[in-house]
Design a protein around this ligand. Structure first.
Ligand code: FES
Ligand code: FES
Length: 151
């Protein structure tokens, strides 16, 4: 079936099958491969996107559920050539190793800072609790969020 949605501010129409996840539709049909497919079970947060402004695991959302709605992926966060502050902070703080988890952390941290501009350490940890990183040990990622939050 054909769905119509807004992706990163642009209207999009895409043919999907009824059981297809939003993650698959984004990656394989709309060629937005920033959202990563690591577990496909809602466990790792690598596929995090904003659906009508709410943070979701796109592997757990059916593409048809996004019909008529607005999706923001990691590709939609930078301002042209200028990285989103969370992206820049992850680079500056050394919070990226293999990078597979990074898009999910970027989306989740950007969502946190949009809601809570100066989060506490506990608020950062809670907001990123759904995102798994297999490389960094998290310390540099938390440093990056604090760096991005700095006024
Ligand atoms: S791929 Fe969606 S939560 Fe892991
Ligand atoms: S940097 Fe490799 S999984 Fe996080």
């Amino acid at each position: 079936m054909r769905i119509s949605l807004t992706v990163n501010g642009e209207p999009a129409e895409v043919d999907v099958w009824e059981g297809e996840s939003l993650l698959v539709a984004l990656r394989e049909r709309l060629e937005l491969a920033g959202s990563k497919n690591a577990c496909e079970q809602g466990e790792c947060g690598s596929c995090s996107v904003l659906l009508d402004g709410a943070l979701v695991c796109s592997c757990l959302v059916l593409a048809v559920q996004a019909d008529g709605h607005a999706v923001v992926t990691v590709e939609g966060l930078a301002d042209g050539e200028r990285l989103h502050p969370v992206q820049q902070a992850l680079v500056d703080a050394g919070g990226v190793q293999c990078g597979f988890c990074t898009p999910g952390f970027v989306v989740a941290a950007a969502d946190l800072l949009a809601r809570v501009p100066e989060p506490s350490q506990d608020e950062i940890r809670e907001a990123l609790a759904g995102n798994l990183c297999r490389c960094t040990g998290y310390a540099k990622i938390f440093d990056a969020v604090r760096l991005a939050a700095r006024p």
